[in-house]
Write a protein that binds this ligand. Structure first.
Ligand code: GLN
Length: 485
């Protein structure tokens, strides 16, 4: 069984045809995790016993001829800010070191009903705050193409796990780029759904108006399969909506005549010129496939990063108030006063970046500053959303780089938060506009993967997957395996 070649559909048909059992499949993935994870630190928790137990149950359902779901046997790794009942869930923070999920997130429920199996929980920047996974309280995840470099973040564990075939699919969360950017840096596919498409129930909130859960996989087809199994309205998340989805076959086929916009503002001074060259080559490839490439202008793009960071710090400062030493995770230490106990708990158990954001966010929400920061950011956000809506009058899809650079060295940006924030320059606009985006591998620079980002209008994931799939099928970047695998 060559794990790197296994995809959602062939696992399903092989299990039904009894070419191998679910137990054999899970055993093979667990062995890979055992061999590779030590050098990468992609998993925080490996659910070996649970995964084998799920596999045995699946095998008996298969032999009794029970109706198999679309994800039958898909082995999934779950980012550790998504709850699974009874399973340790840290969000990469010391403050949740001993916390166990009280219930299954809606996405976990839906994937399980579709036939998926869960292999473990993956590393992340603490509460999703970061672009390198170095902000995890449990150590950084290393890049499988070069372990002296970062895996990207915050879903770095999920991306590294897929790049080395430690799992068939993984879940990430994307607030400002945390699925797309690590996918780009690790050479895999990562997709952020439209805001409101996938339930956030059971996700540990970072920024509630931006957070979305999405798939990380080896191929676009696998990402679409996992996305379809999770998407749709959920009564436990009032921001989800019932909007038409598509069937997997609809993303196949050619893209002749598809209007693809290249926003000028996504090719900026300071980006790696080799990354730009690689992306421009990909544009030529899309043209060869019959797409009509045209330059478009989105002049508000440069404001996205500022709008994003004001929004994320403000909403995070409010969301993180719940780690009070009473309700979740670590308990208040013994101390003479409540104030001192609270100060010690949050002072000792939250990381530097988390504390920085709580302070900045509390400031931007304070009386006298609210109008100037949070409210102002929401006004600009509305304008950016409008700019996105308008551009889709003239094009069906946008294409741009996912990240201005390839994977950077561990430690390179760690002590300079502003440079780290710049990693999100091309991924925050879609987040701000509630739009979906996907990153697919499009080449290598100095031996490190480069990602190509597609974006469409909100709820047009069908076009998003279709263009990405056509591009993928015309290239072989997705078939390269990281050397550590
Ligand atoms: N890097 C961004 C941040 O630090 C994005 C994080 C995310 O999408 N969770 O906020």
């Amino acid at each position: 069984m060559r794990l790197e070649n296994l995809h959602v559909d062939d696992i399903r048909s092989s299990l039904i045809a009894k070419q191998y059992s679910a137990v054999e499949l899970v055993t093979a993935y667990l062995k890979r995790v055992h061999d590779v994870n030590g050098s990468l630190n992609a998993f925080l928790t490996v659910m070996a016993d649970e995964a084998l137990e799920q596999a045995r149950a699946l095998d008996s359902r298969i032999s009794s001829g029970e109706n198999a779901g679309p994800l039958l046997g898909t082995v999934i790794a779950v980012k550790d800010n998504i709850l699974m009942k009874g399973v340790r869930t840290t969000a990469g923070s010391k403050i949740l070191d001993t916390y166990k999920g009280a219930y299954d997130a809606t996405v976990v429920d839906r994937l399980r009903s579709a036939g998926a199996l869960f292999i473990g929980k993956t590393n992340l920047d603490e509460f999703g705050m970061g672009a390198s996974t170095e902000n995890s309280a449990y150590g950084a995840t290393k890049n499988p193409w070069d372990p002296s470099r970062v895996a990207g973040g915050s879903s770095g564990g999920s991306a590294a796990a897929i790049a080395t075939a430690m799992s068939c699919a993984a879940l990430g969360t994307d607030t400002g780029g945390s699925i797309r950017q690590p996918a780009s840096l690790c050479g895999v596919v990562g997709m952020r759904p439209t805001y409101g498409r996938v339930s956030r129930n059971g996700m540990i909130a970072l920024s509630s108006s931006l957070d979305q859960i999405g798939p990380v996989t080896k191929t676009v087809g696998d990402a679409a399969a996992v996305f379809l199994a999770m998407a749709g309205r959920d009564s436990l998340d009032v921001t989800t909506v019932e909007k038409q989805l598509f069937i997997p076959q609809e993303i196949l086929g050619d893209i002749t005549g598809m209007r693809i916009g290249v926003p000028k503002e996504y090719f900026i001074e300071g980006m790696d010129p080799e990354v730009e060259k690689t992306v421009r080559k990909a544009l030529k490839q899309l043209e060869k496939l019959g797409a009509k490439i045209q330059e478009v202008h989105m002049p508000l793009t440069p404001y996205s990063l500022a709008v994003y960071y004001i929004t994320v710090v403000s909403e995070a400062s409010s969301n993180l108030a719940r780690y009070d030493g009473v309700r979740y995770g670590s308990k208040l230490p013994r101390s003479s006063t409540f104030r001192e106990a609270y100060r010690r708990l949050r002072g000792d158990e939250l990381g530097e970046e988390v504390k920085r954001r709580i302070i900045l966010g509390t400031f931007s929400l304070s009386q006298g500053y609210f109008d100037r920061y949070y409210l102002q950011a929401q006004k600009v956000r509305a304008r950016i959303k409008h700019e996105f809506t308008k551009v889709f009058d003239t094009v069906d899809c946008l294409v741009a780089p996912t990240s201005p650079t390839v994977a950077f060295a561990l430690g390179e940006k760690f002590s300079d938060p502003l440079t780290m924030y710049l990693s999100d320059i091309f991924t925050t606009p879609a987040s701000i506009a509630d739009a979906p985006g996907i990153s697919v591998p499009c080449g290598f620079v100095r031996g490190l993967p480069v990602g190509l980002q597609f974006m469409t209008a909100p709820f047009d994931e069908k076009t998003l997957f279709k263009v990405a799939h056509a591009y993928e099928q015309a290239t072989d970047w997705h078939t390269r395996m990281a050397p550590l695998a």
